[in-house]
Design a protein around this ligand. Sequence first.
Ligand SMILES: [Fe+2]
Ligand SMILES: [Fe+2]
Length: 158
Amino acid sequence: MQEEIRKEQEKVRDNATIYDILKLEHKDVKKLFKQILDEERFQESVYSQIKMALELHMAGEEKLLYSRLENNAESRSITLESYEEHDIGKKIINDIENTSDIDAKYAKVKVLSEAIDMHVKEEEDELFKKAKRVLSDEDERMIAKEFIDEKTSAMQKM
Ligand SMILES: [Fe+2]
Ligand SMILES: [Fe+2]
């Protein structure tokens, strides 16, 4: 996670937009899911990284990006859909915590991975496209900086 933040901070210094940062995180979490799916068994240590990455990512998106898009007619509907998809992800994460059967945990991680894949695709293909019409170039860079600061301070509180 420290490594991930370091990469993101570097990107922000290169003048990245919020979309660049979020896409980087989407790729990182996909790699983590792949580690579990390739082994075809639940691995607590990898799963806890996935959980932390997803929770920080979704919280940051909701607070800094979705909040700026949900009240604009152009981006409202896709943003409301995205909040719902986050809720599905959070529900599956909750179910995984409440399951002790290791095979059931694996099944749920697999379903979580599929749900996140679909959400990421919609986010990158549809939400980002609408967001680009609503946000200025300056906003897109400012939100990237805010996102990294938010994540760094959330991690310090852990
Ligand atoms: Fe995302
Ligand atoms: Fe998202």
